[in-house]
Every structure is written in structure tokens, then in C-alpha cells.
Design a protein around this ligand. Structure first.
Ligand code: TRP
Length: 425
């Protein structure tokens, strides 16, 4: 079983990212019996961000975060998307089997269009083709490694379904090459509130940075919004962002102890200090690793280089197979009907139709389009269909009396055509 997930390299990771994505993924990466792929989706980052320095900084920080949080590059595939030329190659092959209509329905694109329409602007104002193509690039990430399970948030499920569609379209045209991926949404993972109690998110400006210097983290935590109950007054855990954040880091016993402290009227200042200490206990050792890695970009580059070498060892031969499958291949190589469609095209076909006399007919045409036989007229299309079915099942003898052989065709030709048909089914 293969798990694969991408991390878009925009922004600086915060506690919400850590609790919601990084920590569970690192834990999952330690399970045995699975292969795990984690990559820095920096091509995806270009869709949202046109500041080169931010792209670079964010890639550095996010790589350092994941490693500091315990991801072991020896055990997993950890690489940078843009180090794999096969990703963009595959993106084009998939683009050519993807309906534009499918992409029109992507939530992110639709939201951008709806916003423009609501504002009275051109529907596609400021919408790049990159945003439109986002799901195809993402499908390439996934299909390139034949990943089975894609751990993602709810908002990404549609993208995985689109990747499935693209895999099926390609397989239908060119033969079974891709594995159909499935989204794996972990409902048990806590959604962390931010400083103001809403979901922690950079767009709400309510985040606690994951690896800010220690004293800065203490200050941010002191800024968590509470009510105005005085020390000694009992406090409520319901709706308390402070309590929820604590719970995401604490053991059951620690959480119960804080619950009692709330009831006993712990001062907010004291509760914030407890929270800071609890988070710091988990984060401090990682912060040291993080700071060391951020200070040593050459070491990060070395790790990513080794990671992409491992990934390319899989991607390169697979991409060669795919290129050949679509016909991008050495001109002297023998054209085998590699695909389901090509194999189908090499089969004879029955064609049913209605004549001006109101009766229903069918004819048998071979793979080169040559007419082999022609039926007599039937009262209904069902009757004609039944005879076709009989012929396919039992051969020329079964419906032969209803067939007239075309000039130059003998019964043996029809018999042979029917046999090829039966094998193709
Ligand atoms: N779009 C994903 C996100 O924003 C990131 C991503 C890119 C991804 N490629 C992927 C996730 C492939 C899973 C698989 O979260």
C-alpha cells in the first residue's frame, strides 16, 4: 500500500498545521508495511504566490519543519516536486485526456469565477491557467507513483476524485497503467482554534507560529483571547480556545487536571503559562533541530537530492512506459496495439441500422472496414439484436440463414471474424 501527500510551500507552519497535518503524518510514516511519499509541492505554490524569495524561504522552512518533527528521509520518500521533470511531463499527458468541463467544475476555480461574477467583473478576471490546471498537476503527483491512499483535508477530496477520473480515462485509451487513488480523510484529527477562537489560519491572522523563538511563542500564547473572569472565579472549558489547544498537546490526565483547575478558578495568566510549558515540552527539541536545518540549507539540499534520486528511480522508467503507451516512442519500435482502444479497433464490428423500408438490419464489417456480411430485414431492433447476440455466441451457423455474404466473402471468413470478436470480449 502506498500513501502519498503533498505540502504546498507557501507560508510558515503554525501550530494548526502541526496538530492537523504534520504530527499525524509523521506518526503514520512510522507504520510498517506501507510506502510513504511526502513532497514539497512547490509548483503548486507558484499558483498562489509570485514572490520568488517567499517561495524559496517557505520551501526551506517547510522542509526543515517536517524533518524536525521527526520525518525520517531514510524510511520515506521525501522530495521536492520541482526536482522531478517527470511530474510536468505527465501533467501534459493527463491534460490531453482530461475534459475541460471536468476542470470547470473544480471548487477552487469555480469559487474564483463566482467571486468575479458577483463583483460584476469578467468571469475569468485574474484567473490564471495555472489555477485552472491545478487538479491536473496534482493528479500527476499522485499517478506518477501509483499511490493508493492520499491523506488530505476535506477540501482536497474533489481533487483526488478528479485524479481517479484522469487515471480511468487514460487507462481506457491506452491500457492499464495507472492505479486509481483514494482520498483518506482522517476525521479524528483535531481542528485547532487560533488566538481568537476561530480556526487557526494565516488568513485570519490568529496563528501561533510552530517554530518562532521561545519567548515569542510565550508572547503569542499570552495573546489568546479569554473572557474577563477574575482569578478565583470558576472558568468554563466549553468554548475556551486555550483549553482546546492544551488538549491537543496534553495527555488525558493532564487535560483532566486543567479541567479541575478551571473549575477551581485558575487565573488566566497561570493557565497560559501552563499551556506554554506544555507546548514547549513537545516543541523545544524539534525547534533546535529546525533551527539547525534552517541554518544549514546545503544539508537540506543534500537530503532533498537523495530523496529525489530515490523517487526518480521509480518515476523515470514509469514515464518511459507512459510515453511509449501514447505513441511517443522510437520510430523503429514495433507498433503493438498496447491499448484497449487500439485492440478494439483491430476487431470486426456489427453495425445495426434501419432502412427506408422500415425494417431493421445489421451488417458485419471487419477491422479494415470491409463489408463481410449483411442481414435480412427484421421487424424490430430487438429481433436484429438477438440475432447478433446469437451469432457472437454460437458462430455463423447460429444465425447464418439471416446473413447474406458480401461478394468475395466465404462463410469461413465470417466464422473467423466471429471468433476474433469472441476473444476480444
Ligand atoms: N493541493 C494540496 C493542498 O493544497 C497539496 C498537494 C499537491 C497534494 N499535490 C498533492 C496533496 C498530491 C496530495 C497529493 O493541500
Amino acid at each position: 500500500m502506498r500513501f502519498l501527500t503533498g505540502i504546498t510551500t507557501t507560508g510558515t507552519p503554525h501550530l494548526g498545521n502541526y496538530v492537523g497535518a504534520i504530527r499525524p503524518a509523521v506518526q503514520a510514516s512510522r507504520r510498517t508495511g506501507t510506502e510513504n511519499f511526502y513532497f514539497l509541492a512547490d509548483y503548486h505554490a507558484l499558483i498562489k504566490c509570485d514572490e520568488p524569495a517567499r517561495i524559496q524561504r517557505s520551501t526551506l522552512e517547510i522542509a526543515a519543519c517536517w524533518l524536525a518533527a521527526g520525518l525520517d528521509p531514510e524510511r520515506v520518500f521525501f522530495y521536492r516536486q520541482s526536482d522531478l521533470p517527470e511530474v510536468t511531463e505527465l501533467t501534459w499527458l493527463l491534460t490531453c485526456v482530461t475534459g475541460k468541463g471536468l476542470l470547470n467544475r473544480a471548487h477552487a476555480y469555480k469559487a474564483a469565477v463566482d467571486k468575479n461574477v458577483a463583483a460584476g467583473s469578467d468571469p475569468d478576471a485574474d484567473v490564471t491557467a495555472g489555477l485552472f490546471m491545478y487538479p491536473v498537476l496534482m493528479a500527476a503527483d499522485i499517478l506518477l507513483f501509483k499511490a493508493h491512499k492520499i491523506p488530505v483535508g476535506r477540501d482536497q477530496v474533489q481533487h483526488i476524485e478528479m485524479a481517479r477520473d484522469m487515471a480511468q480515462s487514460f487507462n481506457h485509451l491506452y491500457g492499464e497503467h495507472f492505479v486509481a487513488p483514494e482520498a483518506a480523510v482522517d476525521e479524528s484529527v483535531a481542528m485547532l482554534p487560533g488566538l481568537d477562537g476561530r480556526k487557526m489560519s494565516k488568513s485570519y491572522d490568529n496563528i501561533i507560529a510552530l517554530f518562532a523563538p521561545r519567548e515569542q511563542m510565550r508572547k503569542q500564547i499570552a495573546g489568546i483571547v479569554t473572557d474577563s473572569r477574575a482569578p478565583g472565579e470558576p472558568k468554563q472549558v466549553e468554548g475556551s480556545a486555550l483549553f482546546q489547544i492544551y488538549q491537543a498537546f496534553a495527555s488525558q490526565e493532564e487535560t483532566e487536571a486543567l479541567r479541575r483547575a478551571y473549575a477551581d478558578g485558575i487565573a488566566w495568566g497561570e493557565a497560559k503559562q501552563l499551556l506554554f510549558e506544555r507546548i514547549d515540552r513537545e516543541i523545544a527539541p524539534m525547534r533546535e533541530r529546525h533551527d539547525a536545518l534552517v541554518g544549514n540549507p546545503a544539508e537540506l539540499e543534500r537530503i532533498l537530492r537523495e530523496g529525489v534520486d530515490k523517487a526518480r528511480a521509480l518515476a523515470r522508467p514509469f514515464m518511459a512506459e507512459l510515453r511509449s503507451a501514447v505513441g511517443l516512442r522510437h520510430l523503429a519500435s514495433r507498433a503493438v496495439p498496447a491499448s484497449a482502444k487500439a485492440a478494439k479497433a483491430a476487431l470486426p464490428v456489427f453495425k445495426q441500422y434501419r432502412e427506408a423500408d422500415g425494417r431493421h438490419y445489421f451488417k458485419l464489417v471487419d477491422a479494415d472496414g470491409r463489408l463481410l456480411a449483411q442481414s435480412t430485414g427484421f421487424e424490430s431492433p430487438q429481433q436484429a439484436g438477438r440475432t447478433v447476440a446469437q451469432l457472437k455466441k454460437s458462430g455463423f451457423g447460429a444465425g447464418g440463414s439471416a446473413l447474406q455474404l458480401a461478394p468475395g466473402v466465404v462463410a469461413g471468413d465470417v466464422e473467423a471474424a466471429l471468433r476474433t470478436l469472441a476473444q476480444g470480449d
